[in-house]
Design a protein around this ligand. Sequence first.
Ligand SMILES: [Zn+2]
Length: 315
Amino acid sequence: MSQQLTRRKFLKTSAALGWGITLSSVARAADAKAASSKRGKRVYIMTDTEGVAGILDSENWCKPEGRYYDLGKELLTAEVNAAIAGFARAGATEFLVADGHGHGGINPKLLDPRAELARNWSPPPYPFSLDDSFGYVACVGQHAMSRTEHAHLAHTGSFGVFETTINGTAVGEFGEMALCAMQLGVRYIFGSGDLAFTKEAQALLPGIETVAVKRGTTPGRGDECDRDAYAKRNLAAIHAQPQRARAMIAAGAERALRRAKSDASFGILTLKPPFERVTILRRQAGQPKRIGRSNHPGDGIALMNAPMKYEVLKE
Ligand SMILES: [Zn+2]
């Protein structure tokens, strides 16, 4: 803040003296350099529970009434700390951890002291405290989108969502945040979760560094399922032991940031405005399948925050 005021005063003085153009552009370049080097040390980490190694189902591990909910939060927090350790080895110094799981998935007491924690967003929620002061975005504990084969606990926002597309491309929670990051000009460089999620991330953002900590083994897409059946569908998986998973995540995060610094070619989604979002809901609570749309001429974050009006889907 004080630096900015000083700069403003300097520019005013230089303009009054008539040599504003040269000096103000020098000052601006210096500011941009300082900002970009600071940005390069700041990493935003979106988190979720269903893509964590050792989190075996949603019922017992991801809900407050579940038997292992607290243990699940410990497992996620430890994976997040592993990512922070990896990014720090590659030079990052500031971290914002967004607790993105609906019921909460981070245990603040166990979180790496270098990190700040974001939670409980006032509406509209997107982009969940991400802004352009960050150089990089990552996610930990991410699961694949709804309809994905061999995905553990796949869903998009909730088990009631059949599919979300943006400009015709199917996206999950990863893609929705990648759209927000694109809007802000922040590169999405790393993600960990189940194997199906890592394939989804690679397909949407080629070159992104990913780490798979488990793999779902249920075949088929589950398109026939209503909400409740889909919630119980993709429980089968083979998990890495959690300590092993953390070692892989730390190594992957370090690799991601080192690579990003020398290779600017990955991490930004290529979706062109205008934007259209279409979400189809599964049959649920006596309701048939429904479809909703929202549009925005140029802002992907505004698109995600736009209210959706649903009508019965005619098939
Ligand atoms: Zn989720």
